[in-house]
Design a protein around this ligand. Sequence first.
Ligand code: NAD
Length: 242
Amino acid sequence: MIALVTGAGSGIGAAIAERLAADGHIVAVNDLSLAAAQATVDAIGKAGGLARAYAADVSDEGQVNAMVAAIAGDLGAPDILVNNAGFGHQAPFEQITPEQFDRMFAVHVRGNFLCTRACLPAMLGRGEGYIVNVASQLGQIGGVELVHYAGAKAAIIGMTKSLAREVSGRGVRVNAVAPGPINTPLVEALSESWQAAKRAELPLGRFGSPAEVGGVVAFLVSPDAALFVGQTLGPNSGDVML
Ligand code: NAD
């Protein structure tokens, strides 16, 4: 199948793209910069997989529509969409500016909406498609100084459930993953003391790897997950148990 993974020039998105390529899918690798996306494409190529890089800001309607049209022309319309692009930002509520709030929702929530909107018609036309949204456990339980981030991730979980109810009967399965702490630049930017304290409170005693999240996404788009609809799976080292 053809898969589009957004924000796949780094971290979790890169690992998802690499895993889907290893599973035999042809992967459109999106990121803000072409160079970042190309680095993932090169890694996939070295491992014997097929991929192509596409630069676009997922919060920009024109860029998203142009990207999905280019993918359809180059590779074929995506059968799989992984809405992963995102960024972290932590600040006390009183210090979050309206601009920071808007950017958080623009990338995570509007970006998810725009990419899904661009890819869904072809999936419905074929009667088959798979959408996986990357949320966060913070969207389930909240987090201190993370009102904008946790709010955006909670919105993604609500969108996942709603779209799943709407389109599953027409062959498109929509699910989410809500990772706990995963070793990526996003988490490595947090202080060593925070990381050590967090690690100590995890039942598993360690953070996850991007590849371990990639494995969950690979499962969700596989026939083994045929009964998973509107679910939010939690690769979170036992931090959140629902
Ligand atoms: P990362 O910073 O390593 O990678 C994110 C990628 O998204 C970057 O390459 C960045 O350039 C890209 N990106 C950002 N804004 C974009 C935009 N507007 N359009 C296109 N690409 C854009 O971070 P990561 O940890 O791999 O995070 C990936 C996703 O996983 C994010 O949605 C994040 O919120 C989520 N997440 C991460 C963790 C964690 O512990 N790392 C936990 C839960 C959820």
